[in-house]
Write a protein that binds this ligand. Structure first.
Ligand code: COA
Length: 236
């Protein structure tokens, strides 16, 4: 990364977008900042694309945090929550990472846990069927009623918003997808309707991110609604 040391304002969420289709030299350089466990995890992937995605995700996260916190990227330590959510061991900044296709998104903020989700559209799956089975009834009805082209976009906007929220809470599969409703606004954070009355879902807001690549959708979730999202490309 080049340029001045980045700083996060009090009500800012920074989203960094990293491409995963990088050359061997860049992958090797990102791999050098990983710890032994992260390297072995990357090496265990069967497909090269998955290995590269894993290296870019952790490598970019380490380099970014090192810049924000003025620390050695290799010296950062992560801990894993009960449902698998990784965070910085000393919680100096809140982070969350998502990867899909050729992209990794890294969200950072101070003062709120975060969730971010990115998905590349998959048009061969029965999206209306998945919405019907897993979404809240009103979300599912909107996807099912849409024409085929609109249904794809609506499905992925809803899916990424719901996943971003689940990742922010850190609840993993313990939060049923149909226990809450999202209405991702493109301009503002939209309140989450928590009709499952699960107190873990109180006080969260979710927002769809502006499109950054064709066929990709992304959303971020945070506590409270007065957040500004700042999106930047990551370059090592
Ligand atoms: C854990 C979960 C949130 C990951 O989502 P995903 O879309 O598969 O993957 P993403 O690329 O968005 O996120 C993966 C990253 O999130 C982070 N992460 C892992 N577990 C997490 C958790 N419980 N909460 C938040 N973040 C988590 C990690 O950084 C991980 O990256 P890594 O694998 O390189 O370490 C997801 O598998 C899950 O539990 N979903 C529950 C909702 C559900 O029911 N979905 C399926 C219904 S059919």
């Amino acid at each position: 990364m080049s340029g001045a040391r980045p700083a996060i304002g009090e009500r800012e969420i920074h989203i960094w977008i990293a491409r995963t289709d990088r050359g061997d030299a860049e992958i090797a350089s990102l791999s050098r900042v990983l710890d032994g466990e992260e390297r072995s995890r990357a090496a265990r992937f069967h497909f090269d694309a998955d290995r590269r995605r894993s290296i870019v995700a952790r490598g970019a996260l380490r380099l970014l945090l090192a810049q924000y916190l003025a620390r050695d990227p290799s010296g950062l330590r992560f801990v894993t929550g009960p449902q698998g959510k990784p965070s910085l061991a000393d919680a100096a900044l809140e982070v969350n990472v998502s990867h899909s296709g050729d992209y990794v998104l890294i969200a950072l903020a101070s003062g709120t846990p975060l969730g971010v989700d990115v998905e590349c559209e998959n048009r061969t799956t029965d999206l209306k069927g998945i919405a019907d089975r897993f979404f809240d009834p009103a979300e599912a009805a909107a996807v099912v009623a849409a024409n085929d082209a609109d249904a794809v976009a609506l499905f992925f906007q809803t899916w990424t918003a719901k996943e971003a929220l689940i990742k922010a809470v850190g609840g993993g599969l313990s939060l049923p997808l149909d226990s809450f409703r999202v209405r991702p606004g493109s301009e503002q954070f939209a309140a989450v309707q928590n009709h499952g009355h699960d107190e873990r879902l109180d006080g969260w807001y979710v927002r769809a991110l502006p499109p950054f690549a064709v066929h990709y959708h992304a959303a971020v979730a945070a506590r409270g609604d007065a957040w500004e999202t700042i999106i930047r490309p990551f370059q090592p």
